[in-house]
Design a protein. Structure first.
Ligand SMILES: [Zn+2]
Length: 323
């Protein structure tokens, strides 16, 4: 499938036959080829033959060129290919040896996953790599994949067989009836009156009921139930966004204490942070807010004016913290 996009440091674009010389720098490098199933190329013309023969429009195969933004140079290729027998997208790539160790592959594949997910449901990504290839293990871990089992693979010409590891990540699936996804959809199309600010990993909204004034939520952009389902970088960013949201609540509403709770009940089990500003004596007994039975009573719905006041106070602090 031909796609074009950019990441922080890379330009991703379809490969063309004229890339043969540049691609020969890795296709013809025995170092890069060590753990690859295909044979080593000995002439750039053979790389051209391969580039001319491949089906770049195959909707089940995203196999693109990886270029450095800084120089425009093509430094590798690869991507994800749909494997129907496992209902998973298998990752594969080659990178010129002098470009190893900069995290380019992880950066590319993380972005590619988002690109594919816009068009296709992706239930899982997986990959097999030689047990002794620690560089590939790091790429898979970066993508949030985890060890499933030992396996092995052989080169296409049968010359070598490697003990290997099978890694996989199951991705959270959109639920058909998820209240949180519905709210996010409303936020995206501009019809959620409670929306305050979009952060990298979620949406900050004022709680519907304001029994605890300043009650705020952070809705995770991923329809995921547990933190363990998130890719490591996204999970770290999600926790950072939560801390920032809570700090904004603290500054905007001056409580005695902030309560943080990551819940995800309901049909969709879509996790979201509840951030409650707490004030001395705000519940009949000391303890969590949930002891209050009438928290969702209509009398705690804010007036339009009050809602604007809360949103503006919180939004101002978030803007300052985001700088
Ligand atoms: Zn959801």
């Amino acid at each position: 499938m031909k796609v074009n996009f950019e990441t922080e440091r890379l330009i991703i674009r379809p490969l063309v036959p004229d890339d043969a010389e540049a691609a020969f720098r890795w296709c013809g490098d025995p170092n890069v080829n060590t753990y690859m199933i295909y044979p080593l190329y000995h002439r750039a013309e053979d790389v051209r033959t391969w580039l001319e023969s491949r089906d770049a429009d195959d909707p089940d195969n995203y196999d693109e060129g990886i270029c450095l933004k800084s120089t425009g140079e093509l430094i590798g290729s690869g991507g994800m290919r749909y494997a129907p027998e496992r209902n998973a997208w298998e990752i594969g790539y080659n990178l010129r040896a002098d470009q190893w160790g900069h995290g380019y592959t992880g950066e590319y594949l993380t972005a590619l996953l988002d690109v594919i997910r816009k068009d296709r449901p992706v239930e899982a990504i997986d990959g097999i790599f030689a047990a002794e290839n620690s560089k590939s293990r790091r790429v898979m871990e970066k993508l949030g994949m985890v060890y499933i089992r030992d396996t092995s693979f052989s080169k296409l010409d049968g010359s070598q067989t490697f003990p290997a590891k099978y890694y996989r990540r199951n991705l959270p699936q959109p639920a058909e009836h998820c209240g949180v996804c519905e709210r996010i959809e409303m936020t995206r199309n501009g019809s959620n009156p409670y929306f305050v600010k979009e952060l990298e990993t979620g949406y900050v909204v004022i709680g519907d009921h304001q029994r605890f004034e300043g009650y705020t939520l952070l809705l995770c952009k991923e329809h995921a139930t547990e933190l363990s389902q998130l890719a490591p970088d996204f999970r770290t960013a999600f926790l950072r966004d939560m801390a920032m949201t809570a700090e904004a609540v603290e500054r905007a509403f001056r409580p005695n204490k902030v309560n943080y709770e990551l819940l995800g009940a309901g049909k969709g089990r879509h996790m979201h942070w509840h951030i409650f500003p707490r004030r001395n004596g705000d519940t009949p007994k000391s303890g969590p807010v949930w002891q209050v039975q009438d928290m969702n009573d209509d009398r705690y719905l804010p007036s339009a004016e009050k809602l604007e006041e809360l949103k503006s106070a919180l939004g101002k602090e978030l803007d300052l913290l985001c700088k």
